[in-house]
Design a protein around this ligand. Sequence first.
Ligand SMILES: Nc1nc2c(ncn2[C@@H]2O[C@H](COP(=O)(O)OP(=O)(O)OP(=O)(O)O)[C@@H](O)[C@H]2O)c(=O)[nH]1
Length: 286
Amino acid sequence: MSTINWFPGHMAKAIRQMEENIHLVDIVFELVDARIPASSRNPEVARIAQNKPHLVILTKKDLADPQQTTAWLNYYRQQHQPAIAIDSRANVTPKQITKIALDILADKLAAEQAKGLKERPMRAMTVGVPNVGKSTLLNHLVQRKAAQVGDTPGVTKGQQWLRSSKHLELLDTPGILWPKFKDQITAQKLALTGAIKEKLYAKDDVALYALSFFRQYHPQALQERYHLGQEDLTLSDVDLLLKITAKVGMRDDYERASERLILDARRKKLGGFTLDRAPVAGEPIE
Ligand SMILES: Nc1nc2c(ncn2[C@@H]2O[C@H](COP(=O)(O)OP(=O)(O)OP(=O)(O)O)[C@@H](O)[C@H]2O)c(=O)[nH]1
């Protein structure tokens, strides 16, 4: 299996800028992908922003397994970590996010006013892995096309301040990863959900990972999508990939079939899915 890593200069620079600017903000809006709430949390963000209040925003909830999303939100609640799940393209309004942030910062803002300080907007730093949906959310929050949206990772390159309302200002940052992934499963999950530049991973490796996941958690979706029999699910992952390659009419071009499988998963042709299972009380996060 080839090793996946993606930490170009602009991400290292973005991390340095985060370190420089963290003192300017009241709160961090940490966007994570609802399909991989653990694997898309950046350890560098945890390090840099450890003393700041956080709002965890699970994006792309429309692509995730709804039961798992509910379980993740319950988990955050138990941890006293404010969190919401959204479809960045649809169900989110500036008022909603502002209200949540105001609630989180209520004590701090009240203390400032008690000291006679002038009322001021809250300042939030928005962070997240590439392609997580940050620009889409920000454009909703500022109600104009301020950040460039694209379906490939790494579209946003620099930092910029944006004004949502008189209550909320946002510091946009580029999508960032970190120098070394904990393990290659984390990397496969990031690749499958679209956070890693396409040229940097072997599609068949990611497809094999996807197959092992869907076989375990959504076997019926695989069967229906690729017209597989019950016995096909007992094949090894490699043989199953070869079977699917034949079923989608690509003969022995399993590279192209791998690409098809990855796109099918991303486009929800295999249903909503969550690769990081929500933690069960007392057990470590998978
Ligand atoms: N289904 C779904 N798609 C989304 C959602 N949010 C964003 N997208 C899509 O995901 C892709 C990436 O969105 P962006 O907003 O450009 O992501 P970004 O985090 O700014 O990306 P970078 O520029 O790489 O940092 C686009 O094709 C969006 O339309 C969501 O909640 N649900």
